[in-house]
Design a protein around this ligand. Structure first.
Ligand code: GUN
Ligand code: FE
Length: 465
């Protein structure tokens, strides 16, 4: 059996909501892009012998020996990201969500009608997220069909696993940035789906996702049409914004007076399924928790946007989602969120979970380190419906991974400070709490030996295994 790629050293991955496995002297074998074997407690000197015992050829030529302070983790998963907002990250502080859309976002996103502009911005955006270790992302595009196809093409060319959506919006937005009718919005969506089926027939890297922006932006007929499309295409997920802010909920319910809450509204139109990714979910009633749980929807927790746009400090009830077994992962919500870093999103998730603990007088304890790492990796994979493929190093999964280096000479005095006697758990915590993209030494993708991955090598210097 041919050995493709082997790592020896510290390996960390999530195995449950509240448990990361920290493997010392680990030996991970990747074959044909998939995790073939994962062992622990193998001394470096015994690598060749152990490989032979496992049935691989014992040559150590292609073994990457990680030194102390280096370790392997799964790639980060961003469950909620607006690619056309790459250039507006963090703009518009203090604006309520609906004003922020009108004043900052719609004028900006309308520029993606120009395909040359879209190509330039999306190229930079996808590179930027890969550089931050985001190997899987769920993207909202703009409303434009051609630009959305370009985004899907770029994700495929660079080998970033992605859900890509043409954004549907045919009301409550300016004339210059609105789908002209329900029919046109649905037709552009169908055409976009056909395009993705053509460029990646088995959705190995890119997959279309139905993307009604939110109910305020969509005529009831458009929501119904998208619900029908979701029912016809059971291999295609759905994403929307859900219970993001009080002003947004009030505006939604005044447009749809027949409903008393957003769960009933979106469920009525066939948009709440086990393939749905609901961004924010900050203001929830017991009834809505019950519906999301019963319908097996996923939650994209966006702690940075929740505390910076929208006009309030919204601490989403993550502990409740975890307790109820509702799928939950992290989203940068770039550019409502100012950062393209999942590490930043994790830190903000800690902050808002502390706030939540205070607000609930201890009833909803704050997140642990292992839980937050779960949200950034395996939890995100579950939300995106990709946990059979990615999220941790379970045997058989695709190998999307990051080599973390906390001890490179160039990093001295810059980022994390590692000391001789630091245990792996401490090094891991130091990276998560004080590291940044300079610690991400390599971004490994399972397609690294294919032509598709070559595009990625060319565009992102150096980040290859
Ligand atoms: N609700 C509808 N559109 C958006 C958006 O672009 N960002 C955020 N945060 N909320 C929204
Ligand atoms: Fe958003």
């Amino acid at each position: 059996m041919e050995t493709k790629l082997v790592f020896h050293g510290s390996i960390i991955h999530s195995v449950a909501e509240n448990k990361a496995e920290l493997i010392e002297n680990g030996l991970l074998v990747v074959e044909e892009g998939r995790v073939k074997s994962l062992s622990s407690g193998v001394e470096a000197k015994d690598t060749a012998k152990t490989l032979s015992e496992l049935g691989f050829d014992g040559s150590t030529e292609r073994v990457k020996f990680l030194k102390k302070g280096e370790f392997l983790i799964p790639g980060f998963i961003d469950t909620h990201n607006h690619a056309p907002q790459w250039g507006q990250r963090g703009l518009g502080r203090g604006l309520q969500i609906l004003d922020w859309l009108d004043k900052i976002t719609f004028p900006n996103e309308s520029k993606f009608e120009d395909t040359a502009y879209a190509r330039k911005m999306y190229d930079s955006c996808v590179d930027g997220f890969i550089r931050q270790g985001v190997t899987t992302a769920s993207y909202y595009g703009s409303l434009h069909g051609p630009a959305s196809k370009i985004l899907a093409d770029i994700c495929l060319a660079k080998g970033q696993r992605a859900l890509v959506g043409k954004c549907n919006m045919n009301r409550n937005s300016p004339d210059y940035y609105r789908d002209s009718s329900t029919e046109e919005s649905l037709q552009v969506t169908e055409d976009f789906i056909r395009h993705v089926r053509t460029i990646d027939p088995n959705f190995e890297i890119v997959r279309p996702i139905l993307t009604p922006r939110f109910a305020i932006s969509c005529e009831p007929e458009l929501l119904a049409g998208l619900g029908e499309m979701a029912a016809r295409n059971t291999d295609i997920p759905i994403q929307t914004h859900f219970n993001e802010a009080e002003s947004e909920i009030a505006a939604t319910l005044s447009l749809f007076p027949q409903f008393s809450n957003e769960a009933d509204l979106y469920e009525h139109y066939g948009l709440l399924t086990d393939r749905s990714i609901l961004a924010h979910c900050t203001h929830m009633t017991e009834y809505e928790f019950d519906r999301l749980q019963a319908l097996k929807c996923g939650v994209a927790h966006c702690p940075i946007a929740n505390t910076t746009v929208g006009g309030g400090f919204m601490a989403a009830p993550i502990r409740v989602y975890l307790r109820r077994g509702i799928k939950v992962g992290l989203g940068t919500d770039s550019g409502g969120g100012f950062s393209s870093s999942i590490l930043d999103a994790m830190r903000q998730a800690f902050i808002v979970s502390n706030a939540r603990e205070m607000m609930t007088k201890g009833a909803e304890p704050s997140l642990t380190l292992h839980e937050c790492f779960y949200l950034a990796t395996l939890g995100g994979a579950r939300v995106c419906g990709l946990d059979k493929d990615v999220g941790n190093f379970e045997i058989g999964k695709d190998f999307d991974a990051l080599v973390i280096n906390t001890v490179d000479d160039k990093l001295k005095g810059v980022v994390t400070m590692i000391e001789e006697d630091d245990a792996l758990e401490v090094i891991f915590e130091k990276f998560l709490m004080s590291g940044d993209d300079r610690n991400i030494a390599e971004v490994c993708h399972y397609r690294f030996e294919t032509d598709i991955y070559k595009g990625y090598f060319e565009s992102v210097a150096k980040f290859a295994c």
